[in-house]
Design a protein around this ligand. Structure first.
Ligand code: C5P
Length: 303
């Protein structure tokens, strides 16, 4: 079901892959300091908002049944937060057309939060500045500011303090969707368990990786991809190792878990290679679905 009112606003918002996810030790507040290099990719959700008697959320798409439609949905929280800041009620119907894997490590929930924020700002004619929207995004979640900005960026702190990065490219990716999701706090908890008693270094961005992003060389980027959450995700989902192996056997330049997983990401040398790898991954029976996408992709965009 889509909103029926003529006065509706749609925002398109991208998924992300972390090309470097360097994770520090747990902080006193339970979060982890990161050096998080985000790359937005051309796999998009669309968030549509329309006036309604009360705040409601609907969702269509694969796995829509796994998207919460209650006030915990990040899009609902975004509308509520923005309305509160402006002393109004969040009387809006939010409809999410879902293409980004749910609880997949590709920031799908964060994307919907950023999308709803931008859409409600436009619907209610609030004219918030970019900085105001970014502050609200950071309150909603560590990955939400990047969903608004898109492109490529280094996130430090919890990942919410962004510096935009120059990129070449496009880079050609395949994403393999696993059965079910993984809880981000559970993966960070497993990271803590696996690193207990060890000296976890301060997270820093890799110069070789930033250089590869800038020059657009997929071979150099493949050599520099790292994800400190990967051992934790594999510990919780050992079968993901088979998916990673199937992708590299099929010709991917590199394979890694996307963020906290369980989606796996495969960097390839060309669009043709991406389609071949996607086909081989599906045939391997080690994943449920595949998506071919390029990055960088634009951030949240009013349609
Ligand atoms: O910020 P967000 O709500 O997306 O974070 C979800 C969970 O992921 C946090 O509650 C925390 O357990 C974990 N997290 C973390 N360090 C970060 C980002 C997220 O430990 N930098």
């Amino acid at each position: 079901m889509t909103p029926s009112s003529a006065a509706k606003i749609t925002v398109r918002v991208p998924a992300k892959v972390n090309v470097q996810l360097a994770v520090g030790a747990a902080r006193p507040d339970g979060f982890h300091d990161l050096a998080n290099v985000f790359l937005a990719v051309s796999l998009f959700d669309e968030v549509t908002v329309a006036p309604a008697a009360a705040l409601t959320v609907t969702c269509e798409g694969t796995d829509a049944d796994r998207v919460p439609l209650d006030p915990t949905n990040l899009a609902a929280r975004a509308a509520t937060l923005l309305a509160e800041r402006h002393g109004r009620t969040p009387d809006v119907h939010i409809h999410i057309a879902k293409h980004i894997p749910v609880a997949g490590g590709m920031a799908g929930g964060s994307a919907d939060g950023a999308g709803a924020l931008l859409a409600c700002d436009a619907l209610w004619g609030l004219g918030s500045t970019r900085e105001e929207l970014l502050d609200l995004c950071a309150e909603l979640g560590s990955d939400v500011p990047f969903s608004l900005v898109g492109g490529a960026a280094l996130g430090v702190g919890r990942g919410e303090r962004l510096t935009t990065l120059e990129t070449g490219g496009p880079f050609h990716w395949v994403f393999a969707v696993a059965d079910g999701g993984l809880s981000t706090p559970a993966v960070y908890g497993e990271f803590d368990r696996l690193t207990e008693g060890t000296d976890v270094p301060e997270p820093t961005a890799s110069p070789a990786l930033l250089d590869a992003l800038r020059t657009g060389d997929p071979h150099a980027l493949a050599a520099a991809l790292t994800n400190d959450l990967q051992p934790a995700a594999l510990s919780l989902r050992p079968a993901l190792a088979d998916t990673l192996a199937a992708g590299t056997t099929a010709g991917a330049l590199a394979a890694l878990v996307s963020g906290s997983g369980p989606t796996t990401a495969f960097l390839t040398s060309s669009a043709d290679s991406a389609h071949q790898v996607a086909e081989a991954l599906l045939a391997s029976g080690t994943c449920r679905a595949t998506h071919v996408a390029t990055g960088p992709a634009p951030g949240a965009t009013l349609l």
